[in-house]
Design a protein around this ligand. Structure first.
Ligand code: B12
Length: 248
């Protein structure tokens, strides 16, 4: 694929829009500072199209301008879905065939995170984006622990429920809380379970990099826009692929 450029008014004109906040009072100097930053980032010319005070001593900006960088789609690396998308009916049938019992999923928002809408979108029967959540699947038992669950609580409940898969949501990313919490969680599961017997660990949230699963010690990372069907299909694919989990 040929290199491409951003597009604002005419194809390939390189126009982009950027928003940010600077710790400076709203003023003409502040607008100039925003242009200076944009110039240093490679936007030239750069135009402040919006600037508004954000409390005392802070200003929010939207800057519109041209960049000269070429984008090379051939060099982009992403995590592609490497398993088939199943309908709930197909997923139920696969679970029944290979596990001969219901598959147990335990879900939670861990740490201080109280953003439950994302995990509920995946788990609750009402689902997300026109797809039913995992509670709709007859062969899946869902235990949704809700918000602000500690790692020890999650591990204990997973052991008690004999969880096949543990689904963790992390939405707050301040000071990399999502990464630290996930690493703590995966380490706790490695410690609590015999090698090779731990449940499938799945983490999700809008600001995760899907390529980080190995680094975070989990089986899969899902990011923004994930649908319940993708998650159910992944779990079924991995569960029915790994005989060691079947007997638990
Ligand atoms: C609603 C909301 C709240 C509600 C949450 C209510 C609830 N019960 O969830 C309330 C008002 C409580 C709240 C509080 C706070 N919030 Co808030 N909140 C939001 C908001 C507006 C929407 C989040 C949301 O519901 N998205 C919709 C769902 C469907 O999307 P999603 O979470 O991305 O989930 C999808 C995927 O990511 C994925 N997914 C998510 N989890 C999982 C898990 C698994 C296993 C899988 C497979 C997939 C998956 O699947 C989902 C469906 O596609 C966002 C801003 C925004 N527009 O996103 C801020 C936002 C997340 N909040 C933010 C902040 C800062 C806070 C507070 C700290 C504010 C404060 N100072 O008090 C508190 C923190 C409370 C706490 N202890 O966690 C920041 C986070 C910034 C950061 N970098 O961390 C955001 C981004 C706003 C912002 N721009 O500043 N918040």
């Amino acid at each position: 694929m040929n290199p491409i450029r951003p597009y604002g008014d005419t194809t390939g004109d390189g126009m982009v829009q950027l928003s940010f906040t600077l710790p400076i009072a709203h003023s003409k100097v502040a607008d100039g500072a925003a242009v200076q930053l944009a110039n240093k980032m490679g936007m030239d010319p750069a135009l402040v199209v919006h600037s508004k005070p954000m409390g005392e001593g802070f200003t929010f900006f939207v800057v519109y301008g041209r960049v000269n960088h070429l984008v090379e789609p051939d060099k982009v690396q992403v995590v592609e879905r490497d398993y088939p998308l199943l309908t709930p009916k197909e997923a139920n049938a696969a679970i029944k065939r290979s596990l001969r019992r219901r598959l147990v999923v335990v879900g939670a928002c861990i740490g201080t995170d109280a953003h439950t809408v994302g995990i509920d979108a995946i788990l609750n029967i009402k689902g997300f984006a026109g797809e039913k959540g995992l509670e709709y699947y007859r062969e899946i038992k869902v235990v949704n622990l809700g918000a602000q669950v500690s790692v020890p609580q999650l591990v204990d409940r997973s052991l008690a429920e004999k969880a096949d898969a543990v689904l963790v949501s992390q939405v707050v990313t301040q000071r990399d809380a999502h990464l630290l919490n996930t690493r703590e969680m995966s380490a706790a599961f490695r410690e609590a379970y015999p090698a090779g017997r731990q449940p499938l660990l799945v983490v999700g949230g809008p600001r995760f990099d899907e390529a980080m699963s190995t680094d975070l010690g989990v089986d899969r990372v899902f990011s923004r826009g994930t649908t319940p069907g993708e998650v159910a299909s992944f779990i079924v694919h991995r569960m029915t692929d790994r005989p060691t989990r079947k007997a638990s």
